[in-house]
Design a protein around this ligand. Structure first.
Ligand code: FAD
Length: 307
């Protein structure tokens, strides 16, 4: 049954069971916070002492919990828990053609190093996306993999936006107060399309990244050569938001996948990923070298895949 509880200090807590009810609540309380795992909101309220007046638990809304395998990719409801998502990725990797699941494999590897099991059992995909932490382990991958986000407003209108365009600034996303994230669409990869994850932290298990990344390249055969037809290189931990290396992308598109491309890309990465000496987070030299070494590793990995 839907629940409504009153808490200390006038706090209202709702648990709708239907999307219609959720949208009505969001229309009535535009500043309401959605919660699923409470692993972000709980910390904000208890440790940072932020007082939210209205919380809406959306864990039981069916439309936000879909996990559909489609012809062209995977549809993932915003409230799907990370453990569930991991299971689904493992299933599709077993069942589908290997070339289609390059992104799925990258997500499997990244989720392995994401928090502990308890957190993954309750934390949802949409909570990670909408928090838009500059060090989110998954947002660089959604962007690189060409994922699309479906957004629904209080009236039920749905719009679609590329993950690449959704993050606007420090913990700022392209959502108005009347909108929520409905689902994520992750396309299958094509032959000669490769996606890879990267994360460097002080400790391998259950630690926040120093720098992380998601990278994708799509190669096309042109005569004897393999030429970059599309790409996206995205880093976390180097800016107030997950940052796409735009100039590097422009440089590598149309180039052969060879040593020359590698050397040029490393130069452009230094321009794209600019960290001031006093950048928040410190370890500037280390972070700069991580951004370059991740791309170096990506280059070697892709080269290995194609031969
Ligand atoms: P909640 O706290 O329930 O909600 C988060 C926010 O998202 C809220 O502001 C809420 O309003 C909004 N929101 C949720 N759903 C929607 C929606 N459908 N539409 C619009 N807004 C929505 N993160 C990493 O990236 N890597 C890690 O390794 C990692 N480790 C962690 C370890 C610990 C111990 C903890 C506490 C957190 C960690 N996190 C990590 C961060 C966190 O677990 C994730 O961001 C998680 O996915 C958030 O999901 P949630 O369901 O708990 O979010």
């Amino acid at each position: 049954t839907p629940l409504y509880l009153n808490g200390f200090g006038g706090l209202k807590w709702f648990r709708p069971l239907k999307i219609q009810h959720l949208l009505e609540l969001k229309a009535k309380f535009p500043d309401a916070k959605l919660v699923v795992g409470n692993t972000e909101v709980g910390i904000e309220m208890r440790l940072k002492r932020i007082q939210y007046k209205v919380l809406i638990s959306v864990a039981h809304v069916p439309e936000l919990n879909v996990l559909h395998v489609k012809d062209d990719g995977l549809e993932i409801g915003a409230a799907v828990r990370l453990s569930e998502l991991l299971q689904m990725f493992r299933k599709v990797v077993n069942e589908r053609a290997a070339h289609e699941t390059s992104s799925c494999k990258a997500f499997i590897e990244q989720i392995k190093w994401f928090a502990g099991t308890q957190i993954k059992n309750v934390a949802c995909v949409g909570g990670n996306i909408c928090t838009a932490s500059p060090i989110s382990d998954l947002n660089p991958l959604w962007m690189a993999a060409g994922a699309k986000f479906q957004i629904i407003d209080c009236k039920g209108n749905i719009r679609t936006i590329m993950a690449e365009n959704f993050f606007l600034g420090y913990r700022k996303v392209d959502l108005t107060s009347g909108e929520i994230l409905l689902s994520i669409f992750l396309p299958w990869t094509r032959p000669f399309e490769y996606v890879k994850e990267f994360k460097q932290a002080h400790r391998r298990d259950d630690d926040i990244a120093i720098v992380n990344a998601g990278m994708r390249v799509f190669l096309e055969e042109k005569g004897e050569d393999l030429v970059v037809s599309d790409s996206l290189i995205v880093y976390g931990g180097v800016a107030p938001l997950s940052l796409s290396a735009v100039k590097t992308k422009e440089f590598i598109i149309g180039k052969n996948w060879d040593q020359e491309l590698l050397q040029g890309a490393l130069k452009f990465l230094e321009i794209d990923i600019f960290l001031k000496e006093d950048a928040p987070g410190g370890m500037v030299e280390f972070r700069k070298s991580l951004t370059l070494s991740f791309f170096f590793k990506f280059f070697l990995w892709v080269s290995q895949q194609i031969c």
